[in-house]
Structure formats: C-alpha cells, structure tokens
Write a protein that binds this ligand. Structure first.
Ligand SMILES: *[C@@H]1O[C@H](CO)[C@@H](O)[C@H](O)[C@H]1NC(C)=O
Ligand SMILES: *[C@@H]1O[C@H](CO)[C@@H](O)[C@H](O)[C@H]1NC(C)=O
Ligand SMILES: *[C@@H]1O[C@H](CO)[C@@H](O)[C@H](O)[C@H]1NC(C)=O
Length: 480
C-alpha cells in the first residue's frame, strides 16, 4: 500500500476507534439514546450499546442488510461497511440494527478481492465471493483485504468485533511476529481466530506446510467435503440460486447426445479414464453423438506434463464427436442442458459442473479413475473424479459410476442414462440454507474454547518442527 493511503486509512480508522471506544466506555448511558429518547435513559447496565427500538412492528426485514452493492474498490467497501457498523453502534433508536452488524468477518483473501473487484473466475474466487455474499446477507460486517499485510492493522483497530479471519496461506500471519498475537505482540490476531481458506481438503495443497495453520482440523476451511476421515471444516457453497435461475429443457426437446466434461483436449489423454477411441466408437455403437467444448492451449500442462511432440491428438470426428469450442458459462449451461448425460473423463477433480448438470436434469457419469484391480468393487480403494458425489450421492439414475477403461460399462451407463430422464436435482448440502447454516456455525462457534481443548504441547511443537525442517527457527510465544 502506498504510504499516503495507509495514512488516510489510519486516520479514518483511528477516528472510528476513538468514537467506538467512547460509545463503549460510556456504558449504559448512551449519549445518542438520551438525546433522542429520554424515557429510555434508564437502561440497565446489561443493555447493549445498540439502541434497539422496542417497537414490535419491526420485523427481520427491517434489519435485513440492503441488497448488496459493491463500492468501486475494496477500500471504499471496507470504510462504508465500518461506517454502517458505527451507525448501528451509535444508533439513534429510530431503526433497529441487525444483531450481527457489530460482528466482523475479515476475509484476508486475495482470491476473494480479485473475484469481487477484478472479475477473477477461478474456483477459489467464486468460493470466496459466495462466502462474502452470504455472510453479508446474514447481516455480518464483512471486510476484505488482499492478504495478510493489512489484516493485523484492521485487527488492532477492531479486534474485539472480529469473529474470524479467513484467508489463503495463513502461515504468512501465524508465523509473522508482527501479525499474530504473542507475548511480544499482544494486539496481534490470536492464532485461534485465523482460518485457512483451502479449497481442497488437503493440507499441503497450496504452498508449503509453514503456509498452513498448525491448529489443523476445523481451522482449515474447505470448499468440498471429503468426509469424516478428513477432519477439515467443510464450508462449501450453494448452487441453489444459480440453479433456480436456469430452466431445464424437457427430455423430449433434448438431442440424443452426451456432453463430455473437458475444457482442454489434454484431458482426453492425460490421466484419462477412457481410451480416446471410445467416443467415436460408442457414437457408432449407440447411434448417438458426443459434444464437448474444449481448447488446446499449448501452455496447458496437466500435472506439469509436457505436451507430446506434435501436440495432443484430437478426438473430434464430425457427426460423432463435435467440438463446440471454448464457451462462457451461459453457453456452457445451454449446451449442457440440450444433452442427456454429462460424461466425466477423469479430470478435473471435484469440478462443480456435475452439480450444474444435475440442476439442469442432466445425469453425470462419474469415472472411477483408480481402483485396486484385484478388488475393483472395494470403494475404500477408489479414486473417482468426484469423490464428494461418490460419498454423498446421489446414485443412479442421477449419477452413474463406471470403472476406468471399462468399455462395456461405459456404453451400458450411457445407454441407461439416455433412456432414463431425470428431474432437476439439488444436493442437500448444496442448498442455500445448508450453506448459511455452516457459515453461522463457523462465525458463532467459540473457537478459543475449541483451541484450548487441543493438545497445547503438540501443536506448538509441530509448528517448531515444521520450521526446523526448513532450517528455520520459530521464536513466537503464541498467546490466545
Ligand atoms: C419491550 O419488548 C418486550 C419484549 O417484546 C416487552 O416484554 C416489553 O413490554 C416492551 N417494553 C416496552 C416499554 O414496550
Ligand atoms: C436518526 O435516524 C433517522 C433515520 O435513520 C435519521 O433520519 C435522523 O436524522 C437521525 N437523527 C439523528 C439525531 O441522528
Ligand atoms: C476394502 O479395503 C479395505 C482397505 O484395504 C479393507 O480394510 C476392507 O476389508 C475391504 N473390504 C472388503 C469388503 O473386502
């Protein structure tokens, strides 16, 4: 941040701090309340500074935050939200405030900021944006920073109001003596308030182990659910709103075709579940057509794998396998909706597209990419393209599961899907209310108490060990 901007933010922030603390220290005698409403100056000391009107004609709609409108940049958004929070704290009794308004959710997440203000469409940004919008709608004051540089600054000002701090690579704060709360930095962010925003339920997916939180488990928030063996905190998102905005095409108006889930030609070859010849062959055998919308970006290297000399071999065969080319989301959903099955080819893992398909009444074929050849039906040894669906369902006729390179099974499942139209389906955990409930649980849990229950020697030692493995010394005396 440029020094002058930091200075402006600092002075505005300090003004808020001063006014806020004045309101707080003034205790039960709320100066605004006395001026506006002298009959209510007899508040008991337990009353909050919020001066709710006791008028029972107020409903939840009155305290519902206005429809989300982003300010032109993130700094203006933050100041605007803080001023709304301040207006509530100093409220004049004519308008009740949302009970969550004085609770801050701090998203120290570049993915979220760039998704909201710069149009990033990567999965992490879409996820961050979903949390941002829903926390806002739940009445919380939601602040966003690009990462861990401004977060401790905001924390120093508004720490008591901040419920949770969420961001990518939280080790950047946890192992930074200027950021985390310790004996040396008592105004820092307590480690138990810091959550790792980790799309996939894998600890070392993003960055190094010292980028992660040593508390582990529920301090790692994920976008997908990998079941109880992965003790992360599943937050996820909802597809309900985007789903209900679409209208499924009646089965009678669909083409006799299968949509191949594959944005890059490389997926037809790299770590693929099917021989590239299966598509044209099945098209002939079943008298149907396959379509896909893929490109062939020379820079795209799945798993770091180089392109073969001469490039990936195209699977297109006009009339049997047609490439519709790269598409935006709207076009993708329209083309998908005209199809009778969405076919997974193995990658990408955990993609949200199968949920889009089910929402449009299009079944999904979920390949078992890896399994034990001598024990092929033992699910504990499976790795499917979409493990969440394998675990949580639904099963057929919504989702068909077929082993990799099993042509007979491949054709049988396609045949069954084409003959068995389904209704639109939204998985229970992808519904908006389920998502909102997960966010509320997250924001309202007593994480300090949870952290105190942990093996204190254990996690501190782990943090030290991780640094020792890197040849570094960790000298932070974390304080809750
Ligand atoms: C305020 O609201 C409470 C709960 O609804 C009610 O019991 C009380 O009588 C109200 N007080 C006044 C002064 O209206
Ligand atoms: C009290 O709030 C109302 C509505 O927000 C506003 O119109 C009015 O000017 C406020 N009064 C004072 C003294 O701030
Ligand atoms: C499946 O595999 C797991 C892990 O190897 C094993 O513990 C389990 O007994 C197997 N289940 C069956 C039904 O064979």
């Amino acid at each position: 941040m440029q020094p002058w901007r930091r200075l402006i933010l600092l002075s505005i922030g300090l003004t808020f701090l001063l006014i806020l603390s004045w309101v707080q220290f003034s205790g039960s005698v709320n100066p605004f309340a006395i001026i506006q409403n002298p009959t209510r100056s007899q508040q008991s000391p337990g009353d909050s500074d919020l001066d709710y009107d006791n008028d029972s004609t107020f409903t939840i709609d009155d305290v519902q935050p206005p429809k989300l409108e982003l300010d032109d940049n993130v700094e203006h958004w933050n100041m605007h939200q803080l001023s709304e929070m301040y207006a509530c704290a100093a409220g004049n009794g004519t308008r009740p405030c949302h009970p969550n308004r004085e609770k801050i959710i701090l998203l120290a997440s570049g993915d979220t900021k760039f998704g909201l203000w710069y149009g990033w469409r990567r999965g992490e940004s879409i996820w961050g944006e979903a949390m941002f919008r829903e926390f806002y709608d739940l009445g919380y004051t939601v602040l966003v920073t690009e990462g861990w540089v401004e977060a401790p600054f905001l924390y120093k000002l508004y720490g008591p109001q901040i419920q949770i701090v969420v961001g990518e690579r939280p080790g950047k704060c946890i192992y930074n003596p200027q950021c985390v709360k310790s004996t040396e930095n008592p105004d820092g962010i307590p480690v138990w308030k810091i959550f790792d925003m980790n799309y996939f339920p894998k600890l070392d997916w993003f960055g190094t182990p010292t980028d992660a939180t040593p508390l582990g488990g529920p301090w790692i928030a994920t976008a997908v659910d990998n079941g109880p063996d992965y003790p992360y905190q599943y937050i996820g998102y909802s597809i309900e709103e985007s789903c209900l905005a679409q209208t499924p095409l009646p089965a009678s108006q669909r083409e006799n075709r299968v949509y191949i889930l594959m944005k890059e030609l490389a997926f037809a070859h790299f770590a693929t579940a099917w021989e590239p010849s299966y598509y044209a062959r099945a098209a002939t055998d079943l008298g149907i057509k396959f379509v896909a919308g893929y490109g062939d970006d020379p820079k795209f290297k799945p798993g770091g794998q180089d392109r073969p000399v001469g490039g990936w071999k195209d699977i297109e065969e006009p009339g049997k396998v047609d490439n519709l080319g790269g598409m935006g989301r709207e076009d993708f959903l329209r083309e998908l909706g005209k199809s009778r099955l969405l076919l997974g080819v193995g990658m990408p893992n955990w993609s949200p597209s199968p949920y889009d398909a089910l929402c449009l009444g299009v079944p999904f074929l979920n390949p078992v990419r890896y399994f034990d050849q001598s024990d092929p039906d033992n699910q504990t040894k499976w790795e499917t393209q979409h493990p969440e669906i394998t675990r949580l369902g639904p099963g057929p006729p919504y989702v068909y599961t077929v082993h990799a390179r099993d042509y007979e099974g491949f054709v049988a499942a396609i045949k069954k899907a084409l003959a068995t139209p389904i209704e639109r389906y939204i998985a229970p955990h992808m519904k908006r209310e389920a998502f909102r409930q997960r966010l509320i649980n997250w924001a309202e849990t007593d994480w300090k108490a949870k952290a105190e229950e942990l093996d204190q020697v254990g996690w501190r030692k782990k943090a030290v060990d991780l640094h020792r493995e890197k040849g570094e010394t960790l000298n932070i005396d974390f304080v809750f």
